[in-house]
Design a protein around this ligand. Structure first.
Ligand SMILES: Nc1ncnc2c1ncn2[C@@H]1O[C@H](COP(=O)(O)OP(=O)(O)O)[C@@H](O)[C@H]1O
Ligand SMILES: [Mg+2]
Length: 355
C-alpha cells in the first residue's frame, strides 16, 4: 500500500520558503489504482517524489508496502526505492541500448547471473507485450511502446507499488488506452498499489479505483470513483461525468436532476417509468458512461408535479438519486454543496482534459 499522512513539503527556507504540499493524506491499497488529479503546478509530481523517496517530506509520514519510509537513513534509501517502480511522462530510455538492455538496467549491480537476467527480461517483455521488440532500439518504437518498456523496467525489481507520473500525457488516444489497459492488468495480476498522477479526467474514468483532487498543494476532495460519480455534489464526480442539466419551465411540470451508478440501476429505467409506472417523462439531458467498470449516469427529466411522489419512489427503488432542479436552470451543474474552490478546480481539471 501507499499511505501518506499529514504530508507537508516546503522548498527553500527563510524568505525563499515555498510551501508546495499542505497536510496531504492519501491511501492506496494493494490491488488498486489511486489517481491524483489536478491542474499543472498543484504539487502532483512533488507528492510522487515524496513517495518514491526522491524528496524528503518537510513533515508528515509516508508508508510504502507496510514500511514507514519517512525517516530512513540515507544508506537505506537505495534498498527502499527498490520496492517502488516509477514511470514518467517520457520513459527516459537509453537511446544506445536495446529494449532488452533497457529493461535489464535495474538488474545490473545486483549480482544477477546472465542467465537469470535473460529469463527475467524475457518474462517482463512478455508481460508488457513486447517480446518481439527485444532487440530494437527505443527510436524504432512508438510512444506507447516506449512507455511499455518503461513500465517493464519499473517492474524489474518486483516492486509492490508503482508510481506513474503523467505516463500517458502526450500519447495519442489509442496508445493511452493500451497503456492504461496494461496498468489495469498489472494492478490485478501483480496486486500492485498504483499511484496514477494525471491532469486528464479521461484517464481517471478509464482506470482509477479511487481519486483525489489536488489543488494548490491541498487535497480538496477524495474518494472511491464509483462513489464520487454517484454524488451529485462532488466536484470530482462532476468532472468525471459532466452534464448540463436544464429545467423545463412549463406550468404543472417539475424538473429533477438524477444521478446514478451501479448494477442496481436497470439500463431501461426511462422506458420502465412510462411502461410500468405510467409516467409521462420528458428527458431534457442525459449522459451515461462506463466508469469503474459500471454504468454511471446523470440526467434531467421533467414530470407533472402531481406525479412527483411516484417518480421519486420508482427511482429510489432502483437506487437513482433524484433532486429537484429549480426553474430557469440551464448549463453546467451548479453545486450548492460543493465549495467554491472545489468547483473551480473541477472545471479547470476538465478544461485540462479537453484542451
Ligand atoms: N525542487 C523544487 N524547488 C522549488 N520549487 C519546486 C521544486 N519542485 C517543484 N517546485 C514547485 O512546486 C510546485 C508544484 O510543482 P509540481 O509538483 O511539479 O506540480 P505538478 O506536478 O502538479 O504540475 C510548482 O510551483 C513548482 O514550481
Ligand atoms: Mg507534474
Amino acid at each position: 500500500m501507499i499511505r501518506v499522512e499529514k504530508l507537508h513539503k516546503t522548498f527553500g527556507t527563510g524568505t525563499r520558503a515555498r510551501p508546495v504540499l499542505h497536510d496531504v493524506d492519501l491511501n492506496i491499497a494493494q490491488g488498486t489504482i489511486g489517481a491524483v488529479v489536478g491542474p499543472s503546478g498543484a504539487g502532483k509530481s512533488t507528492l510522487a517524489r515524496c513517495v518514491n523517496l526522491l524528496e524528503r517530506p518537510t513533515s508528515g509520514r509516508v508508508w510504502v508496502a507496510g514500511t514507514d519510509v519517512t525517516d530512513l537513513p540515507e544508506r537505506d534509501l537505495r534498498h527502499a526505492r527498490r520496492a517502488i517502480g516509477t514511470v514518467f511522462q517520457s520513459a527516459n530510455l537509453l537511446r544506445r541500448r536495446t529494449v532488452a538492455q533497457n529493461v535489464a538496467m535495474p538488474l545490473r549491480h545486483l549480482g544477477v547471473t546472465a542467465r537469470e537476467e535473460k529469463r527475467r527480461v524475457a518474462e517482463l517483455l512478455e508481460r508488457v507485450g513486447l517480446t518481439d521488440r527485444a532487440d530494437d532500439y527505443p527510436a524504432q518504437l512508438s510512444g506507447g511502446q516506449r512507455q511499455r518498456v518503461g513500465i517493464a523496467r519499473a517492474l524489474a525489481l518486483r516492486p509492490k507499488v508503482l508510481l506513474s507520473d503523467e505516463a500517458t500525457s502526450g500519447l495519442d488516444p489509442a496508445a493511452t488506452r493500451s497503456v492504461l489497459a496494461l496498468l489495469r492488468e498489472l494492478r490485478t495480476d501483480l496486486d500492485l498499489a498504483i499511484l496514477l498522477i494525471t491532469h486528464e479526467m479521461e484517464v481517471v474514468r478509464e482506470v482509477a479505483d479511487t481519486a483525489a483532487l489536488l489543488r494548490e498543494g491541498r487535497v480538496i476532495e477524495s474518494g472511491a470513483v464509483h462513489q464520487l460519480v454517484a454524488d451529485p455534489h462532488s466536484a470530482l464526480g462532476n468532472a468525471l461525468l459532466p452534464d448540463r442539466p436544464v429545467s423545463l419551465d412549463r406550468p404543472g411540470l417539475g424538473t429533477w436532476r438524477l444521478t446514478y451508478q451501479g448494477r442496481s440501476v436497470p439500463t431501461d429505467w426511462l422506458t420502465r417509468l412510462g411502461a410500468d409506472h405510467g409516467l409521462d417523462v420528458h428527458l431534457l439531458s442525459a449522459t451515461v458512461e462506463e466508469i469503474a467498470g459500471q454504468a454511471a449516469g446523470r440526467a434531467t427529466v421533467a414530470v407533472g408535479h402531481d406525479r412527483a411522489d411516484e417518480l421519486t419512489a420508482a427511482l429510489d427503488g432502483w437506487g437513482i438519486h433524484a433532486e429537484p432542479l429549480p426553474p430557469g436552470h440551464s448549463g453546467p451543474a451548479e453545486e450548492p454543496a460543493a465549495s467554491e474552490p472545489a468547483r473551480e478546480a473541477a472545471a479547470e481539471t476538465v478544461e485540462g482534459a479537453v484542451g
